[in-house]
Design a protein around this ligand. Structure first.
Ligand code: PBG
Length: 333
């Protein structure tokens, strides 16, 4: 048996000596195809609107959404995840299932605009559509009604499939949502519409800026349905259930504060694994960079690389188009 080598024979720094060596031995790489861009479209706008808490991110009009999507697709992003903000909200989120609702018409717009050049995804959740801001419908006493919500999700999944979504992103954390949506899609003939399950989704303060992005009406919190940040084992249970119910891909969310969960999930499933670098993760980095406290571009690449290294094949990030463009430019060198 050979004993493990040691200094001075063994010098790990040899593999870090030049940029070419570092490039050769890099274990984790970023590629535009691994990046998914979340986008917001808002019915009542006549001009795109910037978001205070997410500098560089816009709420789009239907028109500006099309051009921004086309630009992201030509930069090579792997997919687009669409969120809609309707002009009218009600207790059951009617606009989510109306074929003329903003999310559904924007999906058809994008299907026409980008064809098959990227993967078109839609957020499947009621929180943007309800006047109370919860992800489901409520019981008379104000609790989120799991099974009544599943009926709404079934209908929403079919509406999104009809409007051209390749993938529906079940993000409401209702029990049984993946199975319910899969069955509804199959019954309506949408056998190929893919379920992208937000499987381990935590009740996180990192979603703060997203509330501005979707003009959220929520008062209170989502702790009765999203996971407790204290729990690691519970993520395994949620993910296993989603895979058993037919999830085609699974996601962990948020990303950077949950890399342990991500690593567990990546080691335990046989479907593609994604992570969502959420609004608060984006906002913190942009804010620190705006103050000159950190190197923005390096931190973006470092965080995305870390999320990939921890086990995410796919990363949803508000920097997707920018990073995809830079990666493409680097490859031309
Ligand atoms: C639910 C949904 C949320 C996010 C994505 N899908 C909000 C929530 O669960 O409270 C947050 C994404 C982000 O913060 O970037 N529709």
């Amino acid at each position: 048996m050979t004993s493990p080598g040691s200094f001075p024979t063994v010098r790990p720094r040899r593999l870090r000596r030049t940029p070419a060596i570092r490039r050769l031995v890099a274990q984790t790489r970023l590629h535009p195809a691994d990046l998914v861009l979340p986008m917001f479209v808002k019915e009542s706008l006549s001009e795109p609107a910037p978001l205070n808490s997410m500098p560089g991110v816009l709420q789009h009009t239907r028109d500006s959404l099309k051009s921004a999507a086309a630009a992201a697709v030509s930069a090579g992003v792997g997919g687009l995840m669409l969120f809609g903000i309707p002009a009218d909200r009600d207790a059951v989120g009617s606009q989510a299932t109306d074929p003329n609702g903003i999310l559904n018409v924007a999906l058809s717009d994008l299907r026409a605009e980008v064809g098959g050049d990227t993967v078109l995804m839609a957020d499947l959740c009621l929180d943007e559509f309800t006047d109370h801001g919860h992800c489901g419908v409520l019981t008379p006493t104000g609790a989120v009604d799991n099974d009544a919500t599943l009926d709404r999700y079934r209908e929403m999944a079919v509406a999104q499939a009809v409007s051209g979504a390749d993938m529906v992103g079940t993000s409401g954390m209702m029990d049984g949502q993946v199975g319910a949506v899969r069955a509804a899609l199959d019954r309506s003939g949408h056998l190929d519409t893919t379920v992208f399950a937000y499987a381990a989704k935590y009740a996180s303060a990192f979603y703060g800026p997203f509330r501005e992005a979707v003009d959220s009406a929520l008062k209170g919190d989502r702790r009765s349905y999203q996971q407790d940040p204290a729990n690691r084992r519970e993520a395994a249970r949620e993910v296993a259930l989603d895979v058993a119910e037919g999830a085609d891909l699974v996601m962990v969310k948020p990303a950077m504060a949950y890399l342990d969960v991500l690593s567990d999930v990546a080691g335990s499933v046989n479907v593609p694994v994604a992570a969502y670098q959420v609004s608060g993760e984006y906002a913190m980095i942009e804010a620190a960079a705006a103050n000159g406290w950190i190197d923005r571009d390096r931190i973006i690449v470092e965080t995305l690389t870390s999320i990939r290294r921890a086990g995410a094949q796919i990363v949803l990030t508000y920097w997707a188009a920018e990073v995809a463009e830079k990666l493409a430019a680097d490859r031309e060198l």
